[in-house]
Write a protein that binds this ligand. Structure first.
Ligand code: 1QQ
Length: 415
């Protein structure tokens, strides 16, 4: 064999090898990109970091189960910060540069009112993992939430405080520059009126405030036996701390902003006793929750709270809707039609029922979550004054078709 034949043979066999590899490569489809835009920085990050953990656990969990009929999902994180503009920017990067099929985010309702209209313009489905203010699903037909509205949660917490602690005179405090806090306090105030709880004063502050001495003195001066706070984790936790330092000994009811163990290092031993309503409880023994709880505990060395559970759920909604869409229409049929895929995904996700760590959920046509189980917990701090648990007080079942909520007190602590 001469040199030229040898080269030709070499080239031919290399070509065969490459061609042999090509179909294999073509069968290995690109992962499906799902965007997550939550608060990885700023004062909402106590919630956002927990949401990242929930989303990462979901990514690994569903990929382990085969992703979307064999195609893995790839979660693209983009820090949505704590303000409106950062959320808008994160949404734009995910939609227009990363070409994700859908977005889970942002963390705050305040941000959602600014960022979701951007997704609406482009036609990208958005799952809100923690936006609880009134009006969130109505921002856009492309917006659904897995975070139950405060309409359900706030009155439950207040009723529990009255029933368990016998309180009668409240001071209500809220952060006026935050959409969620302003929305939640309305519900606390009307729930107070409904159950005959006297409201001695309604006081306001801003989430950017750093000193709460004047506010706390003012609140205490009204001689309440319960103080009801609608704020976020850092400001709310600092307010609790200040109230206790100034000698307040009554009951404290916190809203959804208190629903993360990340408040523990903020109010420390003074977090003890805060009553808070929750849309998730980690003691629920469904298969999916036991799996989620074990994965979270293995990774974080503690039990999960509401924010990672809702974030896991948001990703689950996307994955299961994508599987349904693939089974019915075939994701391949969209080829390069990303807009068509996004729109079909939005339509599909609104129609399904999901068995998730937060229970069995579905959506109404607006994208409002339909969820049956809620809980009231009380913070129990450990000796170290840094760690603690949400101990379960009451479990509430509010199925929409039932006229009245049934309540059963629970004795098992959340541990
Ligand atoms: C909202 C909230 C916050 C407490 C979530 C982090 O519920 O902004 O709607």
């Amino acid at each position: 064999m001469n040199r030229r034949k040898l080269i030709t043979l070499f080239l031919l066999s290399t070509l065969t090898l490459i061609m042999g590899m090509m179909p294999l490569h073509a069968q290995d489809p690109a992962p499906i990109k799902i965007g997550v835009a939550v608060a990885q920085s700023g004062t909402a990050s106590p919630f956002g970091v927990e949401q990242v953990i929930g989303a990462e656990i979901a990514e690994a969990y569903f990929n382990e189960k085969g992703g979307v009929n064999g195609v893995p999902i790839d979660i693209i994180f983009q820090d949505a910060g704590t303000d409106e503009n950062s959320a808008i920017n994160a949404f734009n990067v995910l939609m227009n540069q990363e070409n994700v099929v859908g977005i889970m985010g942002p963390t705050l309702s305040q941000q959602a009112f600014a960022a979701v209209p951007e997704a609406d313009r482009v036609g990208v489905p958005v799952i809100a993992p923690s936006n609880t203010a009134a009006g969130i699903p109505q921002i856009s037909p492309f917006n659904a939430r897995v975070s139950a509205p405060v309409t359900v949660l706030a009155p439950i917490a207040l009723k529990t405080a009255v029933e368990l602690e016998g309180v009668s005179r409240a001071v209500v405090i809220f952060a006026r520059n935050d959409a969620f806090s302003s929305s939640e306090t309305q519900l606390f105030q009307s729930a107070a009126a409904e159950i005959g709880l006297e409201v001695a004063a309604v006081l306001e502050y801003q989430t950017t405030d750093t000193s709460f001495d004047i506010l706390a003195s003012d609140a205490i001066g009204n001689e309440p036996d319960v103080i009801v706070i609608s704020g976020l984790a850092v400001d709310g936790g600092t307010l609790v701390r200040t109230l206790r330092e100034l000698g307040y000994e009554g009951v404290i009811v916190g809203g959804n902003g208190f629903n993360t163990p990340n408040i523990f290092p903020i109010c420390q031993e003074y977090c003890d006793g805060i009553i808070v309503a929750q849309a998730y409880n980690n003691q629920v023994e469904t298969d999916i929750n036991l799996e989620f709880r074990a994965l979270y505990q293995e990774r974080e060395g503690r039990l999960p709270g509401q924010f990672p559970a809702q974030a896991f759920t948001g990703i689950q909604v996307f994955v299961e809707a994508l599987i349904e869409l693939d089974n019915t229409v075939g994701l391949d049929s969209f080829a390069d039609d990303l807009a068509g895929l996004r729109s079909a995904l939005n339509d599909t996700l609104l129609l399904l029922e999901y068995n998730t760590p937060i229970g069995i959920i579905s959506f109404d046509p607006d994208g409002e979550v339909i969820q049956g189980n809620f809980y009231v917990a009380q913070v129990v701090m450990n000796e170290d004054g840094e760690t603690g648990t949400f101990s379960l007080l009451v479990s509430v079942n509010v199925m929409p078709e039932e006229a009245e909520a049934t309540e059963e007190p629970v004795s098992t602590p959340e541990a």
